[in-house]
Design a protein around this ligand. Structure first.
Ligand code: ZN
Length: 359
């Protein structure tokens, strides 16, 4: 596993855990995570109330599409979705049928209690006072339990804004999986976390108790992971980053249909296999299931292209021997294993404080 780069964000201490040991017989598997959330203006300021849920009626098509391919989507839902009658009834049905799972996704700006000012900075839950992060999480967790009848076991911070206080909050509510880390992405210039050097493989945030399942992104190209330093050096130099990609040296590819072509994503799957990633975590946003709500899906043709993307990617995974895994199966695999060699004690001694130096 990568040694932590001391130049990187000291506020996110969680990239230093022990890799999850899935055992020698493990074959790579994949999960599909859906950031299931309200529609909002992706270019506008954050607001408490200017959002909608019109795309919810487009979700059953995606659910059926996945069921036909034996994939159980993991819907990471936020407060507006959890408390919406239509959405929660649908999700409850799929969970009861055992064909989907529901996890927690915290969008602080639309999640009570409303104590903070609405801003980019406060859109990252890690920038809130830890007690407010905890209260917001708690109300969301309880809303999901009440409306959907599910005790969620997996979490993603909205905008990947997890921080030092998050692991203990998750454990307090009995969660054992986090998927807030988007490795190879640095959000620190907007006041968010810097995941530029966090591992790509699942690791323990708290040993054998709380696993991090990073959203999968790989470094592709001739250098691949060996180009990590060059890639990080290009963070504030878009021309250099474009050149690295154009020259085929190193390029970041996220496993998402949003802005990533199927050709690129298929190449990323191959790279993930050659980099021995044990788990591929696909992700996208539910509003992309209908036209006009995200920058990635503007038309009906884009919606069809998105389904075609998934069809190709599922087929490509099958061809590479990468099968889907349900959350229940995955949690079983996580907790079935003995301590990894050289296991560290739990990372519980993490100081609890807001993760941003911006303010
Ligand atoms: Zn979100």
């Amino acid at each position: 596993m990568d040694r932590r780069d001391p130049r990187l964000d000291p506020r996110w201490p969680l990239g230093d855990g022990t890799p999850v040991d899935f055992g020698k017989d493990w074959r790579p598997r994949f999960i599909v995570t859906v950031d299931t959330e309200e529609e909002f203006d992706w270019d506008g300021p954050f607001t408490r109330d200017r959002h909608g849920l019109a795309h919810v009626s487009a979700m059953p098509r995606f659910q059926s599409f996945c069921e036909e391919r034996s994939v159980n989507p993991i819907y990471l839902i936020d407060y507006p979705v959890a408390t919406d009658g239509q959405a929660s009834e649908m999700l409850r049905g799929w969970c009861r049928a055992g064909t989907a799972d529901v996890g927690v996704q915290l969008h602080p700006w639309v999640n009570p209690p409303f104590e903070e000012t609405v801003s980019v900075h406060n859109s990252y839950a890690c920038n809130l006072p830890p007690d407010l992060e905890r209260q917001k999480f708690g109300l969301l967790y309880e809303a999901i339990a009440r409306h959907i009848g599910v005790e969620s076991r997996i979490y993603r911070a909205g905008r990947y804004g997890a921080g030092p206080a998050s692991p203990n909050i998750l454990r307090e509510f009995g969660l054992d999986c986090d998927t807030s880390v988007r490795s190879l992405f640095d959000y620190s210039r907007q006041g968010g976390p810097n995941y530029a050097a966090t591992p790509l493989k699942p690791y323990w945030l708290q040993q054998n108790a709380l696993a991090e399942l990073p959203v999968t992104t790989v470094l592709s190209g001739r250098l691949g992971p060996r180009g990590a330093g060059l890639f990080r050096a290009s963070e504030t130099r878009p021309n250099m980053r474009a050149a690295l990609s154009r020259l085929g040296l190193v390029e970041r590819i996220a496993l998402t249909p949003e802005g990533i072509s199927q050709t690129h994503a298929m190449r990323a799957v191959d790279d993930a296999v050659s980099q021995a990633l044990p788990l591929l975590v696909f992700s996208f946003h539910s509003p992309s299931l209908a036209p006009g709500f995200t920058p990635y899906v503007r038309s009906e043709a884009d919606v069809e292209a998105l389904y075609l993307w998934w069809d190709h990617l599922f087929a490509h995974c099958a061809a590479r021997g990468i099968a889907p895994i349900t959350l229940t199966e995955l949690r079983g695999a996580l907790h079935d294993k003995p301590l990894a060699p050289g296991a560290r004690p739990p990372l519980t001694a993490v100081p609890v404080r807001a993760c941003s130096s911006v303010g």
